[in-house]
Design a protein. Sequence first.
Length: 315
Amino acid sequence: MSQDMQAVTIHQFGGAEVLKLESVARPEPGPDEVLIRVQAAGVNPIDYMTRNGVGVNRGWQEDQLPVVLGWDVSGIVEASNSEAFKPGDEVFTMPRFPAMAGAYAEYAAVPAAELAAKPASIDHPAAAGVPLVALTAWQALFDNGNLASGQTVLIHAAAGGVGHVAVQLAKWRGATVIGTASGRNQAFVLGLGADQFVDYTACEFDEVVKDVDAVFHTIPAELREKSWRTLNADGILLSITGPVPEEEIQAEGKRGTFVGVRPNGAQLGEIAGLIDDGTLRVEIDTVYPLADAAKAHQQVEARHARGKVVLRVAG
Ligand SMILES: NC(=O)c1ccc[n+]([C@@H]2O[C@H](COP(=O)([O-])OP(=O)(O)OC[C@H]3O[C@@H](n4cnc5c(N)ncnc54)[C@H](OP(=O)(O)O)[C@@H]3O)[C@@H](O)[C@H]2O)c1
């Protein structure tokens, strides 16, 4: 007989008010999966987009609800069907994306291949802020962009969840980094290691940034035209905010691609190592209790968080 747990669900699409803390059945781990006692769950823009019915679930009907939201998890292994992890192990993960993962809950069942040991040097709320944004930055800059030492990269929204990790990963790789944000984030972005800061509220970024090798386009798709203008002839546009149509790439005569993040336990393991050796730090803007998921969504939806917003589930 299944046991119950507390989780934040949606029974309809809509604003933050549709989030509901309620009792649901605890998931059962399948073959090669582990059951995690969730300690903290990260909040990402895709969470409120999915709540609105325009995230990973675009085109869903409301009869496919309810679902438990959330992808980023940091927690403790409760039960394991994998030789790689045992009960008591502290782990972090971004499982199943773009399928639903059920992170806003006391327990989550997760494929072992998508897990890594939690960085020992940070607590669960901080670790829960890492997986989705760090995997996105890693897969965009390294797997798709092949960013190399000596190259210059423009990183938009450099104070945000993805951006603040991307700045640090690009510096680690040996790149020169230009970061955009509003003026209040100048010291923060330069403190992450960026070589140059551009205040997007004070100037047009495409008038001051030229000839970069890569642009990490983490801002609305409508601004892509300006990002293209900052690239050199061999440059590459890495978009995570919308598909880049082939006709647009042809018309620009440069390289461009959309990057959709995917789970990857091995990459998370490397990322954990960079956190523990001091190369990478995660900035936590606010930690809310699970019961305040609506407040957390409202903050993320306002699009001005510095670093990450996280839900504390236990502890
Ligand atoms: N394709 C994928 O797999 C994937 C994965 C992750 C994220 N994403 C998408 O990538 C985007 C960024 O995600 P995120 O988690 O980093 O978001 P986020 O943390 O909510 O971003 C907030 C940051 O954006 C900055 N910002 C807002 N408008 C800006 C602008 N016009 N120029 C420069 N900075 C601006 C804000 O800085 P100020 O307060 O200084 O304005 C704030 O620090 C979202 O649209 C998300 O859905 C896609």
